[in-house]
Design a protein around this ligand. Structure first.
Ligand code: GLV
Ligand code: GLV
Length: 324
């Protein structure tokens, strides 16, 4: 009889995920100390594994693939983004890489709306203000923000699945939606009243710019000094995609100088480090990469990653293959 496949989970999974794995008849190992397995330990744990389930903070590169060994068949990322994958290295080793598209759309769009509303209506600023304990009473000029439901324009950069989920929500807020990206000229976008535009046009017209493209060499610093300068003076920038899509230093400078009004950020260029300039500014609302951190969403991501592992180990092409 064949030895059972060794599947390594590079984090501390839920009991639901462990039960699923046990039912597959795999030999399962996982990180026991809570959270995400650190690099040094990860490189030891993957030795001899046939499949590894990885997190978006774990680099899957030549070193990882060497540490695993030639029997490795699939690395399943528990994320829709896979900028942590060296896709060329995975392809060279003939190892499948998979992600978890679809299951994070609603949660990420919800958080995007939360950041848009917080940045526009100064929710975090108000919270910080109250916690200082200074005496206050209602006054008409207190923490006045931007109305977003007054026919304001929302610019979605990279209209894909998540961007579409944002566009659907934006409609309920009476925002006018303009967008760049592959889906912007499609029928679904047209039905939602989305106007397709190019990036310079979007930046010039949008009151709120929200980013939903993957991080690739082409989108690295897509929003830099020039792009920020071309935005409306009172505009808001929201990022729930990947930090490095924005030149963070340029953003700090634009927020400081009033070049733009405010920002809502869930992701950072050098995560987990947050630029000290952002921490000092009042007109930024920050979240620690919580886009997909919904109770049901998290389990759906794990289930989806496990299904991809199961497909490869049973000789099928995985549903969410990103390479080869
Ligand atoms: C989260 O950032 C994801 O890519 O799923
Ligand atoms: C974005 O994540 C997309 O699926 O387009």
């Amino acid at each position: 009889m064949q030895d059972p496949a060794h599947v390594h989970l590079a984090y501390t999974p839920t009991s639901e995920t462990l039960d699923f794995a046990a039912k597959q008849g795999w030999r399962v190992s996982s990180y026991r100390d809570g959270g995400v397995e650190p690099r040094a330990q990860l490189l030891r744990s993957v030795a001899g594994a046939d499949a590894v389930l990885t997190m978006l903070t774990q680099r899957v590169d030549e070193e990882f693939l060497q540490a695993s060994g030639p029997q490795l068949r699939v690395v399943a990322n528990m994320a829709v983004g896979f900028d942590n994958f060296d896709v060329a290295a995975l392809s060279r080793h003939r190892v499948y890489g998979t992600n978890t598209p679809g299951v994070v759309d609603a949660a990420t769009a919800d958080l995007t709306m939360a950041l848009i509303l917080s940045a526009a209506r100064r929710v975090a600023e108000g919270d910080r203000f109250l916690r200082t304990g200074v005496p206050w009473s209602w006054r008409p000029d207190m923490l006045v923000g931007m109305d977003i439901s007054a026919g304001r324009v929302l610019g979605i950069v990279g209209l894909g699945r998540i961007g579409m989920a944002v566009a659907r929500r934006a409609r309920a807020f009476d925002l006018r939606v303009i967008a760049t990206g592959r889906a912007a000229t499609g029928a679904a976008a047209r039905e939602l009243g989305v106007e397709p535009v190019d990036l310079p046009d979007l930046l010039r017209r949008a009151d709120v710019v929200t980013l939903h493209c993957p991080l690739t060499p082409e989108t690295h610093h897509l929003i830099g000094r020039e792009e920020l300068a071309s935005m409306k003076a009172g505009a808001i920038l929201v990022n729930t995609s990947r930090g490095a899509v924005v030149d963070e230093q340029a953003l700090v400078d634009a927020l400081r100088s009033g070049g733009i009004r405010s920002a809502g950020l869930d992701v950072f260029e050098h995560e987990p480090m947050v630029h000290s300039g952002l921490l000092e500014l009042e007109n930024v609302v920050l979240a620690p990469h919580l886009g997909s951190a919904g109770d049901r969403t998290r389990q759906c991501m794990a289930d989806r990653a496990m299904r991809n592992v199961a497909a490869v180990l049973s000789g099928r092409h995985p549903e969410d293959s990103v390479c080869p």
